[in-house]
Ligand binder design. Structure first.
Ligand code: BES
Ligand code: MN
Ligand code: MN
Length: 454
């Protein structure tokens, strides 16, 4: 092992330079105008898998964005590990808030800044470099490995889901490793065992065919913006609970043991509020912050638009207003059922004077992964060894849509071995990745491949 670790330490600068190339491709899955960049990025991933030593690399075209598959199965009798990650990134807007351009990666204060640095390009790169280091030093891997790297995670992983259903044999494995979550804190080795699910809705309220003079018509017709705002206000009660009937049906309560574990973590409301840049934390009454973000379902309006938003005062009653609303879900809520409940409730509170359309844009199942399997145990040991500290287990408020398909279809344990930090501005301007964690992630991955092969 020592030789491989030395190899990583000696080559870490060139690994970082290479990561810059990857980060400079604007592979934004949500925007059709970046289709060529997405394809170029898939080619780049395929090249990296080849040069890392994979014996078979294939790009699978899909109805959406390409999937990149790589494998090396040169260790018969040894376990098969499937590494999953995503090469697509979120849009970079608002661009004016970036200190350096989002697709011109810069290293500053031990961090690499670019869209996708921590979510998820920097994190998948750790596994590319871990595998490459094995081949460079040993000429082989201690176990068998498969990679499946997709380009649609940020839009819900639709193509990968059908790919898994049709290619369970190709992806067959003993464990799935995913590095797309965060550490509990800087330098703390962490495994995540829970993710929230998601149900993402769009509500459009329309009234008149054209904008109306608000003097002539104000007081006589329904105003879509007023109505939408009123409907949004009805989505929570005064205790911060979601008002949708049956929303909380089946919500899994945390055990007293889990509650104790959360309390033992060094978490500060004050610091969390500071990092978020808010005056005060707020949410459902009766729960701690960690309980609220890790174990409670929530509803948030993500965007609202309509009407006159230019300079000055234009007196109009506009034609329509739209809101984008996401619900974070927890076990055992079902995103399909929740989106139906949402639609039903919205329709039930809509006045007859307007037309209301509700669309379901996106969804993900919530996840709780078991911890008592050899892969998770090996991952915990490996991270402890790399970081020189005891492992912390935590849950997460975000979602990774494909995890449920992996556990259901491949019936393999999923290990969430992320090395990001929640304050690394994922989905936000000035996204970055801590380069010490990048290095420790490569080393953790190397230790894991060895440990899980034994
Ligand atoms: N890597 C994130 C998930 C995540 C978020 C992990 C926060 C740890 C902390 C992933 O790329 C992501 O952003 N998922 C989306 C899924 C959605 C677009 C279907 C999310 O959670 O909003
Ligand atoms: Mn991600
Ligand atoms: Mn993301």
């Amino acid at each position: 092992m020592k030789e491989i670790i030395d190899y990583i330490q000696n080559n870490i600068n060139s690994f970082q330079e290479e990561l810059k190339e990857f980060l400079s491709i604007p592979s934004i899955s949500m925007l059709p105008e970046h289709k060529d960049d997405i394809n170029r990025c898939a080619d780049y991933v395929a090249d990296k898998l080849r040069s890392a030593g994979m014996s078979r690399v294939e790009i699978f075209k899909t109805e959406g964005h390409p999937l990149v598959y790589g494998e090396w199965l040169g260790a018969p009798g040894k376990p098969v590990v499937l590494v999953y990650g995503h090469y697509d990134v979120q849009p970079a807007e608002p661009l004016e808030l970036w200190e350096t351009p989002p697709f011109e990666p810069v290293i500053k204060d031990g961090k690499i800044f670019a869209r996708g640095a921590t979510d998820d390009k920097g994190q998948i790169f750790m596994h590319f470099k871990s595998v490459e280091s094995f081949f460079k030093v040993d000429g082989s891997l201690p176990l068998n490995i498969k990679f499946i790297i997709e380009g649609e995670e940020e839009t819900g992983s639709a193509s990968l889901e059908s790919f898994i259903n049709n290619n369970a044999e190709l992806l067959k494995c003993d464990a799935v490793i995913i590095s797309d979550t965060a550490l509990f804190d800087e330098g703390i080795p962490t495994l995540t065992y829970g993710l929230r699910g998601l149900s993402y809705m769009e509500v459009e309220v329309s009234g008149s065919k054209a904008d109306l003079h608000s003097g002539t018509y104000g007081g006589a017709v329904a105003n879509p913006i007023n109505i939408l705002a009123g409907m949004i206000a009805k989505l929570h009660d005064k205790n911060g609970r979601v008002n949708i009937p049956h929303f909380y049906d089946g919500v899994l309560k945390i055990t007293s043991k889990e509650k104790e574990n959360f309390k033992r973590l060094k978490f500060s409301d004050k610091r969390f509020a500071e990092e978020a840049g808010v005056k005060l934390l707020e949410g459902e009454k009766g729960y701690t912050t960690l309980e609220r973000v890790w174990t409670r379902p929530t509803l948030d309006c993500n965007g609202i638009f309509g009407g006159f938003t230019g300079k000055g005062a234009k007196t109009v009653i506009t034609t329509k207003a739209t809101a984008k609303i996401s619900m974070r879900l927890v076990p055992n809520q079902d995103p399909n059922k929740i989106s139906k409940l949402f639609t039903k409730y919205i329709k039930s509170i809509a006045p007859k004077s307007v037309k209301v359309e509700v669309k379901n844009l996106n969804g993900a199942y919530p996840v709780l992964t078991p911890l008592d399997n050899p892969a998770t145990i090996a991952a915990a040991k490996s991270m402890e060894k790399a970081f020189g500290k005891k492992i912390v287990y935590m849950r997460e408020g975000g979602s990774i849509p494909i995890v449920t398909a992996f556990s259901k279809k491949l019936k393999a344990p999923v290990v969430l071995m992320g090395l990001g930090l929640n304050n690394e501005n994922l989905h936000s301007p000035n996204e970055h990745f801590n380069l010490n964690h990048f290095r420790l992630g490569i080393i953790s991955s190397v230790f894991f491949m060895k440990e899980f092969s034994l």
